[in-house]
Design a protein around this ligand. Structure first.
Ligand code: NDP
Length: 447
């Protein structure tokens, strides 16, 4: 859909005000492309300049993170926190530690997070943060010193009612633990609700570790059900082998699908018998090894160094590594090889060309801001438990997550239908997420 003149002008202004931030421009463009019919139905949103305001973060912090490595050498990284929108609740969104991190990545993720969080139905605003720090290959001591230094700056602007960070690429349970420990020391408060993704022994929630992968699988299951289909007997490819990928693998298997390939940034493993959940968990979560080592334990599996995982034929593709990993060319290949559904576990893993290929071919396409919303939704459940000092069981929490993902699917599906694009969950997610935030912003006046 072409941008209307007004939306095009807003987009050009975003490019001008945020030079060199390609990923942020891409994320904004995708949302604006969906909003034409919304402005027609609700002219008050345009009058109150809601879109212009939503594209401008409420607050951005960039800070120095000095730390000492194991050799005693001083290292310097850059830290970020972008508090994008608090219309629906305290800022909420993960921290990413990866060498590719710069302001444009954090802003794209923070912008997406506004709409994703709105879709969950929970009272949470949108934010994102992180650093260009590379945790891979660092000792526990180095990661701890880095996290302590990072929090020594970040603590001033977060809090259980203000801003609640969580994990993302490179930030898992270990990092959240070190960050929480330092926050507790600096504030002299055990404020459990300040971070989510915590360990179960100090205020974490059941199912938070599994949530994004499980949630994405539930979302794809709903899309398939809509076509009287299901995971049973389907060949599935899951890119990445981190938190999201591992629990996607686990849930797909539980629902009767077979994950035949996984990856990391060095290469791809193909296991036609179905990837073994226990081996992947042990290698990645406990031993922190590379995915190629999988083949040491499963001799029939192959490793393709620098391979392209989207060359592996499948019926369901679940990109769960990073942004822009499925190009237009990859999408064409997937369609040609019989792919009928895509669930984005990662944030913006499909390029705009790729999305176009999938939608034109009638592939069921679950965009990240809907399909991977289970992670932040369960973080929201963790906040609820912290506030009421409760700890729910695994089944109870998983059932809540499952219901939230069904609701997210329903919201996207209904909004797509109402605004003239039935079956287009990209449009549906953008519109349903946007309208709620816009209404709250208007209620708050010009802020
Ligand atoms: P992890 O750090 O646990 O795992 C990331 C995985 O993706 C690793 O296998 C990593 O390989 C691979 N990867 C990362 N960057 C690249 C890259 N530039 N090129 C190729 N492979 C790469 O992160 P998560 O599983 O938590 O996150 C994965 C995706 O899911 C991200 O897009 C994240 O934003 C999104 N997401 C995560 C949520 C969560 O709850 N964790 C919630 C919602 C979305 P390697 O080890 O070689 O770097």
């Amino acid at each position: 859909m072409a941008l209307t003149e007004r939306l095009e002008a807003i987009f050009q202004e975003v490019i001008k005000r945020n030079p060199g931030e390609a990923e942020f421009h891409q994320a904004v463009k995708e949302v604006l492309e969906s909003l034409g019919p919304v402005l027609v139905k609700y002219p008050e949103f345009a009058e109150a300049k809601v879109i212009e305001r939503i594209c401008e973060p409420e607050r951005q912090l960039i800070f120095r993170v000095p730390w000492q490595d194991d050799k005693g050498e001083v290292q310097i990284n850059r830290g970020f926190r972008v508090q994008f929108n608090s219309a629906l609740g305290p800022y909420k969104g993960g921290l990413r530690f990866h060498p590719s991190v710069y302001l444009g990545i954090i802003k794209f993720l923070g912008f997406e997070q506004i709409f994703k969080n709105s879709l969950t139905g929970l009272p949470i605003g949108g934010a994102k943060g992180g650093s260009d720090f590379e945790p891979k290959g660092k000792s526990d001591g180095e990661v701890m010193r880095f996290c302590q230094s990072f929090m020594t700056e970040l603590w001033r602007i977060i809090g259980e009612h203000t801003d609640v960070p969580a994990g993302d690429i490179g930030v898992g349970g270990r990092e959240i633990g070190y960050l929480f420990g330092q926050y507790k020391r600096l504030t002299n408060k055990f404020e459990a609700g300040v971070l989510t993704g915590k360990g179960l022994v100090y205020g974490g929630s059941q199912v938070r570790t599994e949530a994004t992968g499980y949630g994405c699988t539930y979302f794809v299951e709903e899309m398939l059900k809509g076509k009287k289909n299901g995971f049973k007997g389907k060949k599935v490819v899951v890119s990445g082998s981190g938190n999201v990928a591992i629990y996607t693998l686990e849930k797909v298997k539980e629902l009767g699908g077979k994950v035949v390939a996984m990856s990391d940034s060095n290469g791809v493993i193909v296991d036609e018998k179905g990837c073994n959940v226990e081996t992947v968990k042990r290698l990645k979560e406990i031993e922190r090894r590379r995915i190629k080592d999988y083949c040491e334990y499963h001799k029939h599996a192959k490793y393709i160094h620098n391979g392209n995982i989207w060359d592996v034929p499948c019926e369901v593709a679940m990109p769960s590594a990073t942004q822009n990993e499925i190009t237009g060319k990859d999408a064409k290949k997937l369609v040609k090889n019989g792919c009928i559904a895509v669930g984005e576990g990662a944030n913006m893993p499909t390029t705009p060309e790729g999305v176009h290929v999938f939608l034109s071919a009638g592939v069921l396409f679950g965009p990240g801001k809907a399909a991977n919303a289970g992670g932040v939704a369960t973080s929201g459940l963790e906040m609820q438990q912290n506030a009421s000092r409760e700890a729910w069981g695994f089944e109870e929490t998983d059932a809540k997550l499952h219901q939230i993902m069904k609701n997210v699917y329903q919201l996207c599906s209904e909004a797509a239908e109402e605004f003239g694009s039935p079956g287009n969950f990209v449009v549906g997610a953008n519109i349903a997420g946007f309208i709620k935030v816009a209404r709250a912003m208007i209620a708050h006046g010009i802020v």
